[in-house]
Design a protein around this ligand. Sequence first.
Ligand code: ZN
Length: 288
Amino acid sequence: MLRIGRFEVYSVVTGTFRLDGGAMFGVVPKVLWGNATDFDEQNRIYLATRTLLVLDRQAKRVILADTGCGTKWTPEKAERFAIRHDREAIPRALAAIGLCIEDVTDVVVTHLHFDHNGGLTKWFDDPGGRTVLCFPRARHWIHRRHWEHAHKPSVKDRASFLPEDFAGLEEAGVLAFVEGDQPAPAIAGIEWFVSQGHTVYHLHPVVADGGEHLIFVGDLVPTVAHLRLGWVMAYDLFPLTTIAEKEVIFRNAIEHGWRLAFAHDTKVGGVALGGTVERPIVTQTLDL
Ligand SMILES: [Zn+2]
C-alpha cells in the first residue's frame, strides 16, 4: 500500500496476458526490446493487467481504475493472447481492507480496450447472451469523446474494442461522462490527465493530495521498458503525440515528484523517476 496524502493506493493484478513484442515496441527492433523484457516462443511479451484501487476513508469513496480482461472469453480466443483473468483478484483485494464489491463507489474507465475494461461486464448466463455489470453500484467515469470513438473505431483499432464489454452501461444509468480537453476534477482529490497518443481521450486519474501526485499512466507507459522516451507501441494511433505526452509526464515526475502507476508491468506496480526527460531513471520502486 502506498499513501498519497489521505489516500491509500493499491495496485491489484487481475490477470496476465501476452502481446506481440513487435506491436508493443513499434519501430524498436527485437535485438533491443528482446534485451529489455522476457518473451515466449511466439515473440509475445509477458504482461499483467493491473487495477488501481484508491481508498479515501474520510470521504468513504472506493475508486477503481480499469478492470482487466474480464471473463467473457472462449478458450480459443483467450489462448491467442494467453489471457488469464483472476475473477477473485478485486474481491480479494477489497476484502483485505474490509470492503466488498458493493462498496466500490467509482470506476474510472481509462479507455475501452479489452485488456483494460473487459472486466466491466460478465455474462449473465450463457456465453454470447446478456451481460451484467460487475460493479453495478459504482459510477463509471469515461471521457465522452472516447465513449463515442469506441462505438465508431477506425479500421486500425477496431479489434481492441469488444462491444459486449460496454453494452448495457448506458442503459444501467451508471455512466458519468468526463468532458473537454482539460476536465475539472469530478471526484475530490482525483485530477484528470487526458492523452491522445495511444487512443483518443484516454483518461488518466491523478491521485493528488497534500502536494503529492500519483498518475495511472495506462497505455502511455505500459511497462518499465516503455520508460524509454521513444519506445512507443505500434498500437498507438498517434505515436508522436504519445512521445510528447510521455515528456509531460516524465517532466512532472522528475521536477515535481509525480509518481507513476503502471497498467501492464508484471513485476512493478509503480515507480518514482529521476534523471532527465530524455533518459529517465527509476529512483524508487513503489510498494503498491
Ligand atoms: Zn489500450
